[in-house]
Design a protein around this ligand. Sequence first.
Ligand code: SAH
Length: 349
Amino acid sequence: MNNQELIDKLKEEHILSREEFAQLISTYTPEDKAYAQETAQKIAQKHFGSRIFFRGIIEFTNFCKNDCYYCGIRKSNSECSRYRMSLEDILNCCANAYDWGFRTFVLQSGEDPYYTDEKMLEIIKAIHAAYPDCAITLSIGEKEHDSYQAFFEAGANRYLLRHETATKEHYNALHPAEMSFEHRMKCLEDLKSIGYQTGCGAMIGAPFQTVQTLAEDMYYMASFKPQMIGMGPFIPHHQTPFSQYAHGSVDLTIFLLSLCRIMLPTVLLPATTALGSLDTDGRKAGVLAGCNVIMPNVSPFTNRKKYTLYDNKAISGEDGGEELQVLQKHMEEIGYTLYCAKGDYFSIS
Ligand code: SAH
């Protein structure tokens, strides 16, 4: 089958074999990319119209006990200036974000043992009580089943945990020995079975990634059927072991985002900050390729600069409100509009 026939097949069957994904990834032409983008855009338009959901990210701590080789807030980065936000700081962020129109708060962080389950429950319950009309998304890394269950019962609705790579050997090349591929995958299974709207995903162009590992990622996502996918380019951070590696390709990221939309028609798919950081028009290109979510940062300005997973992170405006205005303008330039809603996942099957 040629590539455009494979794209049609993906649209019909929502899965391809690993070999077929590998063919698409290794041989797609600009015409194939345009075809995928057009197909993906039509699907997104059908389900979401020209509306883009926006979620407010609160990066509440950049302490991390892990040492992922790619990440700027890894514990071995002694030059990272660390901070933690109090419950009050976090609620202040939510209050501002709510006024700006945000109806989803994304709590993202390093894996910081200071925030015990007890402290997390206090934070989740406080946000849930103050904003019962909003969704709470967690992106705080790997925990055990019972912790995830308790957070869910306290009011958390969604959980983002990128699988990073669906190939064990590749996972081990990106993470130190203390971290395990099996545990990360188990976390994703637990999250989904508990009832979270669950997001997985990978960095495009991460060191040691190959056509085969990417095909495995696509195959895994087609099988796991996440409700959200977080997928952006890898960007090196100068104080990590991967500082000398090249950043991932914007072109390939856009192509794969289109395939994700075609594969999972109603998936919540953000045009990521990393995409916007490599290319000022990156998030627009993402939306035109089928993305339907953007996730501006609503953390206090001083913290936003310290939460650097990679170099040259895009920050626009003085605060989340100004950033939202900039993004609204960008969206209008391509005929889209930001839409104030909780924006839960819905299934069409
Ligand atoms: N600690 C949490 C969430 C924070 S990191 C967790 O482990 O889930 C959120 C995501 O940022 C990671 O999953 C990773 O895919 C991405 N990321 C980290 N370093 C990056 C880099 N150098 N370039 C691009 N994306 C990166």
